[in-house]
Design a protein around this ligand. Structure first.
Ligand code: MLT
Length: 409
């Protein structure tokens, strides 16, 4: 009999959001009359920006004519999009970035899950706790997890707790890891790091030879002036950090799929034989081997998001979700609950009323209010006692959810 990757069998049986989807499907089957409000997985509700639709329409027209047809594109993404990204997301904010340090892909989740391919199979991994489960699960699949402990932590992974006690600013691991995942604005807590707080991590990484994998999927939600939108706003970050970006939550691309990863030329790792190797070259090698590039049509759509009209339309979408986040925060606080996040982020982290676990509070909100959330414990042991709500619903349903919450406790 052939052998499978046995690390898979150590993982919890299903991915967090698949498990929640199943619970909600069971609830719906039992209560077909219930109007369920979905604030669980961070899927969006606003339609695609008109500028992107027009860009995609042009891309489709090009595909329909032999003169303009486009087949396989560059694995790294079309130059027209990479230069628009470099200009729109970096140069315009005073950050140096070369087009060929940008790798366009079918989404940040794929890149984050795939990136460990180019790292040593024994590299020590550190994650925040609670944490977006992809960071942990993809490393467990790659054999870096060790054993799952009774407390829900993996023995091979270092956890940096983010709790009320430390203001959700992660504590550093006792020993410097090889790679550290940071996500800011944070998924799931919705909290942020200021410029100085992020600088502390960048300085630590440079001093200790740590690679930071920085997930900036929610950067567009930042409006506080001292909160960086990119890790490259911090001096020296080009020498220690990779950054992941997404078009999902800003432009409504959750169903279209598009993201990008920045791998600066300065990043160099050890080849294990006394030499050094550029991470950018390894990632290019990995992508050219395993990926044939993101859809041309969708890249045409994304490029239009960098026009003045596109930018305005995206800002309107962000503002829409941010006002939902405010409504949620105020509604939950008004109902006597404690919340964090939701200011520079679409996620609100809500503390369960005294005595309730994450799962119990999740169940209560589903059964009594018909609101789907995500139990904080699903993101790691330090998420126990919280649930996460998303601001990606409509104004109408967010207002309705707040109304239902008023009568909860
Ligand atoms: C989430 O709900 O945490 C995100 O939507 C998941 C994702 O982006 O993959």
């Amino acid at each position: 009999m052939y052998e499978v990757n046995h690390y898979f069998s150590q993982l919890p049986q299903s991915y967090l959001f698949s498990r929640i989807a199943k619970t909600v499907a069971d609830f719906r089957a039992q209560h077909p009359e219930a109007e369920i409000i979905r604030m669980g997985i961070g899927d969006v509700t606003r339609p695609i920006a008109p500028a992107a639709l027009e860009g995609m329409a042009e891309g489709i027209r090009a595909m329909g004519s032999a003169d303009t047809f486009v087949g396989y594109g560059p694995e790294q993404g079309h130059e027209f999009l990479r230069s628009a990204i470099a200009e729109g997301d970096f140069h315009s904010r005073g950050i140096a970035m070369a087009d060929d340090e940008i790798f366009v892909s079918d989404g940040a989740k794929s890149d984050i899950g795939n990136f460990p391919d180019i790292l040593d199979s024994h590299i020590r991994v550190a994650v925040t706790d609670p944490v977006y489960p992809v960071y942990v699960d993809s490393n467990v699949m790659g054999g870096r997890g060790g054993k799952l402990q009774p407390d829900g932590r993996w023995s091979g992974i270092d956890y940096m707790p983010c709790t009320e006690a430390n203001g959700f600013v992660p504590d550093l691991p006792a020993k410097a890891p090889g790679v550290m995942y940071l996500c800011y604005p944070n998924n799931p807590t919705g909290t942020v790091l200021t410029h100085d707080q992020l600088k502390y991590f960048v300085d630590y990484a440079r001093t200790n030879g740590v690679l930071i994998l920085f997930d900036a999927a929610y950067e567009a939600f930042v409006s506080s002036p001292d909160v960086p939108r990119s890790i490259y706003e911090i001096d020296g970050a080009r020498e220690c950090a990779v950054e992941f970006r997404s078009f999902s939550k800003t432009a409504g691309f959750t169903g279209l799929r598009l993201g990008y990863t920045v791998v600066p030329r300065e990043l160099r790792g050890s080849d294990g034989h006394g030499g050094q190797v550029a991470l950018r070259d390894l990632w290019l090698r990995r992508q050219t081997t395993k990926f044939n590039g993101a859809s041309y049509v969708i890249q045409c759509g994304a490029a239009q998001l960098y026009t003045p009209e596109g930018r305005e339309q995206i800002q309107a979408t962000i503002d829409y979700y941010k006002s939902n986040a405010t409504m949620l925060r105020e509604g939950l606080t008004g109902a006597g609950l404690t919340t964090y996040g939701g200011v520079d982020s679409p996620y609100v982290w809500c503390k369960a009323p005294a005595g309730l676990s994450s799962e119990e509070f999740f169940r209560l909100l589903l059964d009594r209010c018909h609101i789907v959330t995500t139990p904080g414990s699903g993101f790691g042991p330090s998420g126990e006692g919280f649930v996460r709500l998303t601001a990606f619903s409509t104004h109408e349903l967010t207002a309705k959810a707040v109304e239902r919450l008023k009568h909860l406790i």
